[in-house]
Ligand binder design. Structure first.
Ligand code: ACO
Length: 473
């Protein structure tokens, strides 16, 4: 086990131990046990009695038999299929039909609208669990016992503080810096505060960094939020729960203790649960891809935050709000839809790479919307969103392409009702996704089959040209 106090004393001010590590007894939560991966021997044999694919290369007339395992063939097996010395490869921009890993964390059946974390349906987790319990589940593969949960929550709670230099780093940003940019760079900066994080093969060390990052994400997000408002940063109050503490760091002013409406706390907790993991999405793939170089987890997660920032991924809910505001009123919707169909723009918050029926998270969020609006009053953009959804779901363009509302279509409305500006929406997504990124990262680190991510390319440029002197160009 890593000595926690030693680890954090190695910061740039060695005499001052970091504030967050008030204990030297972090209980590892056993990330080493990701549970069973896909199994070879349960796959039924095909009609021909063999789990294999026979391929004939019409260029050479030669036939090859490729093994099928878990519904996949090994791309490397195609290398043997060659003509003129060049082995066959697959071309798959955006990985639309390529498995990059075996994972036991999250299961999705996009056609049936099923999402399960470690086998537990998202609907049951949203109803009965809490975000930190779900984080434990994702990381450890099993729901915690009462004692395990208590210890896990305790460990998270005592790691919420940031080193003062991180605060100073954040204060250095321009007044209008986007909070996602601040979050991404401050998470990456944490790798310099915890240099021991490079010891990724050490299970205790991994667990310590995982705990730290999940604990510190709300503090970083809240500091980024306060920065944009020119308000003093609010330090964590470790008497509060994870979500209450986050809300306090965001919104507390001069009152001695900030208290949030429990219905809003619950709604935000549910939103974090819904975002906690989503198997090999763009940002998780970024975490795995960068993590495959065996860099520390802060750097890998910073890459994931960068991927999430984009409007086609986590930035979509910010884009949805801007779109709804631009549409302005229900009578403008038909003209807007015509523009989408003409390819002028996308209907943000619609469509998903995996869900082609409905996004189960969107269904839960719609219900959470009602609970939040009961406290805050109805967001006037809700009417436009509902009408937009109704029209789009009946329109042949969207029906034919199986485009349905995704998690981001309604989440922005809730976030706005909770008084978050649109720039903060993706930060909330990132806080929720952190346990998933880290569970996937821990799985990657322990997966003996994994290699450094290094796709092939189809080269389309010039070859072997002689350098042209400047005077001849
Ligand atoms: N509005 C209008 N048309 C769309 C939309 C949309 N939101 N999404 C897809 N289409 C169309 C495409 O133009 C394409 O049409 P075509 O066949 O005539 O060319 C067809 O539907 C298929 O779309 P692809 O882009 O091939 O689907 P892909 O799986 O690559 O993309 C994505 C999925 C990126 C989510 C896409 O649907 C999109 O851009 N949606 C809007 C952004 C969004 O809401 N992102 C959030 C995703 S959820 C998340 O990250 C948490």
């Amino acid at each position: 086990m890593t000595d926690v106090s030693t680890t954090d004393a190695a910061l740039d001010q060695p005499q001052q131990p970091a504030l967050d590590d008030a204990t030297s007894d972090p209980t590892p939560a056993g990330v080493d046990d990701p549970g069973p991966a896909g199994s070879d021997d349960t796959a039924p044999a095909g009609r021909g009695g063999r789990d294999s694919l026979t391929v004939t290369d019409n260029r050479t007339g030669q036939t090859y038999e490729l093994e099928i395992t878990d519904g996949t063939i090994r791309a490397a097996d195609l290398k043997q299929i060659s003509a003129e010395g060049l082995g066959l490869a697959t071309y798959d921009p955006g990985f639309v039909n390529t498995a990059s890993c075996r994972s036991a964390v999250t299961y999705i059946d996009g056609d049936a609208g099923i999402l399960e974390y470690r086998g537990y349906p998202i609907e049951q987790l949203a109803e009965h669990s809490t975000f930190l319990e779900v984080a434990y589940l994702l990381l450890n593969g099993e729901l915690p016992t009462e004692a395990e949960l208590e210890e896990w929550v305790h460990q998270i709670t005592i790691h919420t503080f940031l080193h003062e230099n991180v605060k100073q780093l954040m204060q250095g940003y321009r007044y209008d810096a986007h909070p996602m940019g601040m979050l991404m760079s401050s998470v990456s900066a944490l790798s310099t505060f915890y240099p021991d994080a490079v010891k990724i093969a050490d299970v205790d060390n991994r667990q310590l960094q995982i705990t730290r990052l999940i604990a510190k994400m709300p503090t970083l997000g809240a500091f980024a939020f306060r920065h944009a408002q020119g308000k003093p940063y609010v330090y964590p109050d470790n008497r509060l729960s994870y979500v209450e503490n986050f809300l306090a760091m965001l919104f507390k002013m001069s009152e001695p203790t900030y208290s949030a409406d429990p219905r809003l706390v619950k709604a935000l907790d549910i939103l974090l649960i819904l975002h906690a993991d989503h198997e090999q999405n763009c940002s998780t793939n970024a975490v795995r891809s960068v993590g495959s170089s065996q860099v520390d987890p802060y750097s890998a997660v910073a890459a994931g935050i960068g991927a999430l920032y984009g409007p086609l991924h986590g930035g979509a809910n910010e884009a949805v709000l801007k779109m709804l505001r631009r549409i302005g009123s229900v009578d403008q919707i038909p003209a807007f839809i015509e523009g989408v169909k003409a390819g002028k723009e996308k209907l943000m918050g619609f469509g998903h790479r995996v869900y082609k029926n409905f996004d189960p998270r969107a269904t839960i969020i719609k219900k959470a919307c009602d609970d939040v609006f009961e406290v805050t009053g109805v967001n006037p953009l809700l009417e436009i969103a509902q009408e937009l959804e109704r029209i789009a779901l009946e329109d042949e363009y969207f029906v034919k392409r199986k485009l349905y509302p995704n998690v981001d279509f309604y989440s922005g409305l809730i976030y706005e009702a909770l008084q978050f500006p649109p720039e903060m929406f993706t930060v909330l997504f990132a806080i929720g996704r952190t346990p998933g990124w880290l569970a996937q990262w821990a799985e990657l680190v322990q997966d003996k089959e994994q290699k450094i991510a290094r796709p092939k390319q189809i080269y389309t440029g010039h070859r072997s040209r002689d350098f042209v002197p400047m005077s001849d160009r």
